[in-house]
Design a protein around this ligand. Structure first.
Ligand code: ADP
Length: 392
């Protein structure tokens, strides 16, 4: 089988997607909790479902090797011709999918200081794939690229200009997800011109789409800004951070840990970063946390509607957006003044269109497919580089 592999390497997980040469999904896999307790799960559309017993998988390279052994058993004579990588940060330079050679790889590494908790793992995934498939084309797909057309006002912080020139800017993230939604909208709802997309997962952000192009995003220089998330606070007065450093005596590393791992839904509830747990809990703290989450989402939807000069549709996607009828209902209930009218029955069934007849705004649920976007971009790059990446 001639195939394209997609890789999404996180701090302790590796997600794989296997696609045929027409970008139809063949299989997907997840190596979770990379370390002494790692687990692997592989499945395909025909129903094979392979869970490997826990074992020590200590590096991304070992995780990839382990997953490939499983895929080899299911797909004899598998020939991977290209590997598409999710890379969180493309900086000022990368505005689209890019074939990776040694120069590109070193530019991606130059961006580590902009995303120190994510970019190194993406690079580890690229290293592992280059070793496993030295002849395959490697393609980087950036989460920032989709937002590159933003205006100066949407890009700059009101800091001295020298910082802007150094790259201290608003970039926006979740771009592969927004591209997936924009493609689905263009195929199924081309009448919607001004759309706010709510990507509500462990990470959460909103994107304003005008005719399928990103106009603004709630995320900025890092993936900390905007909405509260599983363990990140979202928008916060920078003065709070000065207080943490100057009065509480936290080190920079402790502030980073606070912002990336201990805040958000987890910090507010004291219970869990997981929306399913919070919805089931029913405690005052959990209910207050859910209300905080939906309040901030409503507020930011209105802000992005202002960026668009009005709004024709709202799309919910990712783990919470696709699965939580309650969160969708509570967000929409506060947006009647904008013209949003939810159909509760359609919402409970997670239909594609969940707005009521006559709603001034169309409300939709669209599953995101970041892996599919990576596969298609990788196949397109393969068309331009049939012999693999240029060398030298
Ligand atoms: P990631 O950003 O890691 O890809 P996901 O998009 O999978 O995350 O979203 C994970 C979030 O989705 C978790 O908070 C999880 O609780 C939530 N979620 C998944 N299914 C449901 C559900 N049925 N009801 C409420 N929340 C859900």
């Amino acid at each position: 089988v001639t195939a394209i592999l997609t890789l999404n390497a996180g701090s302790s997980s590796l997600k794989l997607g296997l696609y045929d040469d027409r970008c139809r999904p063949l299989a997907s896999g997840l190596v979770d909790r990379i370390g002494p307790q790692a687990t692997l799960r592989l499945r395909d559309s025909a129903g094979f479902d392979l869970a490997l017993p826990q074992g020590g998988v200590l590096t991304h390279a070992e995780a990839l090797q382990t997953a490939l052994r499983g895929l080899d058993a299911a797909f004899p004579e598998l020939r991977i011709v290209a590997v598409g990588h999710r890379v969180v940060h493309g900086g000022m330079e990368f505005a689209g999918p890019t074939a990776i050679d040694t120069t590109v790889l070193s530019r991606i590494a130059d961006l580590v200081p902009f995303a120190p908790l994510h970019q190194p793992h993406n690079i580890a995934g690229i290293d592992a794939a280059m070793r496993a498939f030295p002849d395959a084309l490697q393609v980087a797909c950036f989460d920032t690229a989709f937002h590159r057309g933003h205006t100066f006002a949407q890009t700059a912080y009101a800091l001295p200009g020298a910082y802007f020139d150094k790259g201290v800017r608003r970039y926006g993230f979740h771009g592969l997800s927004y591209q997936s939604i924009a493609e689905t909208l263009s195929a199924t709802a081309p009448h919607l011109s001004r759309v706010v997309v709510a990507h509500l997962g462990n990470g959460a952000s909103l994107c304003a789409l005008y005719d399928g192009r990103s106009v603004s995003s709630t995320m900025g220089f890092t993936a900390l800004d905007g909405l509260p998330m599983g363990t990140r606070p979202g928008q916060i007065d920078p003065g709070v951070l000065l207080y943490m450093l100057q009065q509480e005596g936290l080190t920079a590393a402790e502030v980073s840990d606070l912002l990336y791992r201990r805040s958000g839904l987890l910090g507010l509830s004291g219970l869990s970063p997981d929306m399913r747990v919070l919805e089931a809990a029913g405690s005052d703290a959990a209910e207050r946390t859910i209300s905080y989450f939906t309040t901030r989402i409503r507020r930011e939807i209105a802000a992005l509607a202002a960026d668009l000069g009005g709004i024709d549709g709202i799309v919910f996607t990712a783990g919470i957006g696709e699965n939580s009828a309650r969160i969708r209902a509570e967000v929409c209930a506060g947006l009647t003044w904008l013209g949003a009218a939810l159909d509760p029955a359609r919402n409970d069934l997670a239909k594609r269109v969940i707005s009521a007849e006559g709603s001034a705004i169309e409300l939709r649920v669209i599953p995101t497919d970041e892996e599919g976007v990576i596969a298609k971009s990788t196949r397109a790059a393969l068309g331009m580089h049939p012999q693999g990446p240029s060398r030298g």
